[in-house]
Design a protein around this ligand. Structure first.
Ligand code: HAM
Length: 420
């Protein structure tokens, strides 16, 4: 029997509807904050991620779905959206129109990580990139927007952790101090960190095994005056928003392009994969890719994890509101017409096979959870009417025109909503 590939999965109702709703909420809020959508290709040159995400990162080193196509090109399924947005910004000549661009994207990302609850090989990211605003208020604004989105999605308990990892001026000295410290403690490092300590010492602080024990003794970051002021202002803006945060000096993030502010949102009650969204500033990436010298800041949320954190109780699959049944074969054309009419009226309408007996169609109507059945028999077909039957216990039935039936159903459904 055919099966899905390990780490990949089907998303069925009611979860599929929950994804669609989350996306719709995000789209609405993005518009409010002035973001436009960008639909990125799923496949990019492998080199794009090697150069931007970074060749010493887990994502590029171990997790990327990279392959050679028939034309001998080295390609990759995108593991994240930021490099694609930066490429698109440059390639489509956006800087000539306006250096400042606010772009959001929604789509699948691919990482060959070890699958577990909340960690998938194909997962959905909803991301935002604010290009062209170097001001600390842009960092704060992106975090405030993210918090608003998470709240609107129904995530109740969030924890925001922030840090600054400095800039190309102040980071080299910090890296060296950290490297000296790690070398002095080499014996206590895990095999992975031992291997990459020279290439990317910051990663040791991010390591699940070594990070916590290294944290206490690690040398503190010494910022240059500009980075210091920037970080202080970000904190100030967050306090004024107000948006609660916690400064975590060990938050370094596993991607290479970050400068200055980095942040992570964590949620309660979803197990170990509790990072539901993360991001940071990347002021040097676009220039390093051949674009203008322009600052940027952004984030991506893991939609799968956000929905897990937002789930309160069972999600209900959407039910039809009216189920249309034809009492016999001659009524089928009319029943089909009424089915379309009801949908045109904005009612969720459905039907089974009109060729089945009325009894089986009514069984299907009850099974579907619909509140009403709209029955069309010989008489109704001749008169152009429909018998609307309330399927709730003790419900009445009435033979009326299709328009009256739609109005009646709508009114009672609304009354039911008000009563509940
Ligand atoms: P990231 O931290 O690698 O950052 O991923 C962002 C979010 O994607 C994570 O916080 C998590 O919720 C979700 N995520 C990552 N991997 C998985 C997985 N295997 N399964 C389920 N969810 C996952 C980035 O991707 C950056 N591009 C964010 C950014 C945008 N920075 C600046 N702009």
């Amino acid at each position: 029997m055919a099966q899905t590939v390990r780490g990949f999965r089907d998303i069925m109702e009611p979860d599929a509807a929950a994804f669609a709703e989350l996306e719709a909420r995000c789209r609405a809020l993005f518009r409010l904050y002035g973001y436009g959508e960008i639909r990125l290709p799923t496949v990019e040159q492998r080199e794009l991620f090697v150069k931007s995400t970074g060749d010493t990162t887990d994502i590029v080193e171990k997790e990327m779905y990279a392959f050679e196509d028939a034309g001998g090109r080295m390609l990759a399924l995108r593991p994240e959206g930021t490099p694609g947005v930066a490429r698109a910004y440059i390639e489509n000549g956006l800087p000539a129109k306006d250096l400042r661009q606010k772009l959001f994207y929604i789509g699948s990302m691919f990482r060959a990580e070890r699958p577990q609850a909340g960690r998938y090989r194909e997962f959905e990211q909803i991301g935002a990139e604010y290009i062209g605003n170097p001001d600390p208020s842009a960092d704060a604004e992106t975090m405030v927007l993210l918090a608003a989105l998470l709240k609107s999605a129904g995530v109740k308990e969030i924890r925001l952790e922030i840090n600054s990892i400095g800039c190309p001026q102040c980071r080299p000295a910090y890296k060296q101090a950290l490297l000296d410290y790690l070398k002095a403690n080499l014996d206590s490092l895990c095999d992975n960190c031992k291997k990459r300590v020279e290439r990317n010492p910051l990663r040791a602080l991010d390591c699940k095994t070594d990070g916590p024990k290294l944290a206490a003794g690690a040398p503190p970051m010494k910022y240059c005056p500009d980075c210091d002021a920037h970080f202080a202002q970000v904190r100030e803006h967050l306090k004024n928003a107000p948006l609660a945060f916690n400064v975590n000096p060990n938050l370094v993030r596993g991607l290479d392009y970050y400068t200055r502010t980095v942040f992570e949102f964590r949620a309660a009650g979803i197990g170990s994969q509790d990072a539901i969204a993360a991001g940071g500033r990347y002021d040097t990436l676009i220039k390093s890719m051949g674009g203008p010298d322009v600052a940027a800041v952004g984030w991506a949320m893991g939609a799968d994890r956000v929905l897990a954190a937002a789930a309160s109780g069972e999600r209900a699959a959407p039910k039809p509101e009216v189920f249309v049944a034809a009492a016999d074969k001659t009524a089928a054309p009319k029943a089909f017409q009424i089915l379309q009419f009801l949908r045109g009226e904005g009612l969720r309408a459905d039907a089974a096979a009109f060729s089945q007996s009325l009894k089986s169609q009514m069984r299907a109507a009850n099974k579907s959870g619909a509140r009403f059945a709209a029955i069309i028999g010989e008489r109704e077909a001749a008169e152009g009417t429909v018998t609307l039957k309330d399927l709730a216990p003790g419900g009445q039935e009435k033979t009326v025109s299709p328009r009256e039936a739609a109005d009646l159903a709508r009114r009672q459904l609304q009354d039911g909503l008000k009563a509940s």
